[in-house]
Design a protein around this ligand. Structure first.
Ligand code: SF4
Length: 199
């Protein structure tokens, strides 16, 4: 009888161990699936972007024009590159300017705090920033303000200063969609809309 009790106890603990390891396995599988669905996708998308931009700069713009629809999709959200080709020379110049800024002052690299696997964003992290009390306009847009675009000398604006890249791949995966991330960015761009929550 005593032996039987022992056996039941052993079987119960064995099945518990099996169920724990199955839970573990399920968790790991879910992590891998989520990683492939999100992080890996974002990493590959950013690497593809860098490949396009760097090869374009190294060839003096040749591959940028040969693969113009890709650039158009990245920066303007459409494969139809024809209306946007006139912006390409300015975009190239801006690329070289950024590289120069980073060579002159390597700290500028850290200014854009965006990791390869960071999710695309279409608004700043509301855990970090809030609307400034001085901002009298809608939360959903920047009213007539274009200060940050002008300060950056952004080539992705039309003659009225309107953003042509709004909600595009570039806008969401890089700085625009998540701007501002910190006080330094708010100060440099003199942004009147956002303030850091816990300054
Ligand atoms: S500076 Fe601020 S308010 Fe002005 S356009 Fe840029 S994000 Fe919008």
């Amino acid at each position: 009888m005593k032996n039987r009790k022992l056996m039941v106890k052993k079987t119960a603990s064995h099945s518990k161990a099996t169920s724990i390891s199955l839970d573990e396995l399920n968790r790991i599988t879910m992590d891998i699936v989520l990683y492939c669905q999100n992080d890996l996708k974002w990493i590959l998308a950013r690497l593809g972007y860098y490949l396009y931009v760097i090869s374009g700069m190294l060839t003096g713009g040749l591959t940028v024009y040969l693969l113009a629809p890709i650039g158009s999709y990245i920066f303007f959200g459409t494969w139809n590159c024809l209306p946007y080709l006139k912006y390409y020379p300015k975009m190239l110049r801006q690329g070289y300017r950024f590289v120069w800024m980073m060579l002159v002052n390597p700290q500028n690299i850290n200014f854009f705090q965006i990791g390869l696997s960071d999710p695309p964003m279409s608004q700043p992290d509301r855990n970090e920033v809030r609307i400034s009390k001085q901002w009298d306009f809608s939360e959903k847009n920047c009213a007539d303000c274009t200060i940050c675009c002008k300060k950056l000398n952004c080539p992705l604006t039309d003659k009225n200063g309107d953003c042509l890249s709004y909600q595009s791949f570039f806008w969401q995966y890089f700085l625009c969609g998540r701007f501002p991330q910190n006080q330094k960015q708010i100060d440099i761009y003199e942004c009147p809309k956002w303030e850091i929550k816990y300054a």
